[in-house]
Design a protein around this ligand. Sequence first.
Ligand SMILES: Cc1cc2nc3c(=O)[nH]c(=O)nc-3n(C[C@H](O)[C@H](O)[C@H](O)COP(=O)(O)OP(=O)(O)OC[C@H]3O[C@@H](n4cnc5c(N)ncnc54)[C@H](O)[C@@H]3O)c2cc1C
Length: 506
Amino acid sequence: MAHRLLRPSALRSGRHASRGQHNAHSQTSLLHSVVRAYSTAVPAASEPWDVVIVGGGIVGAALACGLGASPLTRNKRIALVESSDLSKVQAWAPVPQSYSSRTVSITPGSYQLLKQYGVWDHIELSRTQTYTNMAVWDAVGQGQVHFGTQDLGLSQEQPMAWIMENLNLHRAALRTLADACPGVTLFDPTKVESIQRPALDLAQTEPGPMMDWPRVKLSTGQTLMTRLLIGADGARSPVRQFAKIDAAGWSYPQHGIVGILKATAQTAPQSDWVWQRFLPTGPVALLPLPGEHMALVWSMDSRFAAYLKQLPDEAFTIALNAAIHLPVEHLEFVLQQLQATNGQLDPVLLDDLMHRAKLIGASGSGGISPPLIAGVEPQSRASFPFRLQHADRYVDQRLVLIGDAAHTIHPLAGQGLNLGLADVASLVPTLEQAVATGQDLGDYNGLLGYASARYAPNLAMLGSVDKLQKLFSTGWGPVATVRSLGLNIVNHIPRLKRELVKTAML
Ligand SMILES: Cc1cc2nc3c(=O)[nH]c(=O)nc-3n(C[C@H](O)[C@H](O)[C@H](O)COP(=O)(O)OP(=O)(O)OC[C@H]3O[C@@H](n4cnc5c(N)ncnc54)[C@H](O)[C@@H]3O)c2cc1C
């Protein structure tokens, strides 16, 4: 189903769709048409398209915003195809004092891009939280680092990053498309079923006109023929598979539990800090949200994650406080007790543990004073598998990969989406350049500029985060000692610290 994204003014004035193309809509689709009117200007699906973006996640939607707003590309025919129902994202109505558990940390580099495309104007800022300090410490040994904006030579007010709900950002990108990108046509909920390229299928050495253009077959039965096909379709990328581009990588034996937390009133004022403790089982990170709320990302062994996910809220809060505050031996004891009692701790023991956690929280663990967690928001816990994956190449004739389709990274450094947005920041000017110089948008040589700009930085970030993950996933004495020493050295060498933070903030 194609929707030409219209400006809200057009929607308000009641401009409606050509019914002819869409007479087979379900009840739900008709409901959508109230929100997103159809335009008679939608090109017929069999007509050639300049760009088809598969995947309307945040990266694909941001790319559509960039191309849809650029004076050089906005007159091109651009299709954005998404298998899920984006009207749910568009209709997202946040509930005060309640947060959705998928959150993201947006670096200043991504912020600049979102500002440039006008996406930032649609973000609900009251639901975002900046941070200016980050504490990282080792549960085994005494290693710790504190990063602050001063380490970057920034003023106290300039944030290191913004934490927000994925939905807030995704909705903002879709609103930008509706508001300012009339050249973009959205197909949703529409799945790409298959992709073909007649020239390749027929093994023609000299393809005729448009014979080498990818044909994208949709679940609606339509086929889009495109000059350039962009895969923004996530880690399992059908576009990457169609292009037979291999992706090397592995699954970590870890899952991440996410959730929304509330800090105790005493610790809430430290709302501009990120806290990350490296446990031998994986890192646990607390990311600030407005007020006393925080987002949790806790990585651990997959079986243990499944166990913790189903614990009652109170027992989970105890385990989490122990993971943040207590020495590793005490944490192990707490977890054993929880398992032995099926999450029903003896109240006396519970009091004792909370008392210890409070004591350590109040006095600070080696100068670091993370918040004490008062509770976890009901139903907010979810878990995700983690993967590292990197495509062998990002471009092919008439084809580009961006975002998680090109690279997937462990979230411990909060970089996956930021890398995807950096891909967008590089691909848009590459395509603008092609238009400005009269080249074919799908020309392989023109696309190489994007690949060479992004491949090495993405690979470097994937490698660094993987090394960090491995370095910290052990409690083995000698490694832990050297690791703690390393953290303390970094903490005392401002130049080294600055370089580390700068790399993570780009
Ligand atoms: C727990 C966790 C915490 C994270 N925290 C951070 C963070 O703080 N900072 C950060 O930068 N990153 C973070 N990330 C990573 C970040 O979420 C991802 O890198 C990012 O969402 C990838 O976006 P994407 O648009 O490339 O892919 P996706 O979000 O996977 O979107 C791909 C889209 O393609 C669509 N699609 C797939 N197949 C088809 C098809 N056949 N037809 C049509 N559509 C299709 C899918 O429906 C989907 O909407 C985190 C990840 C996790 C798991």
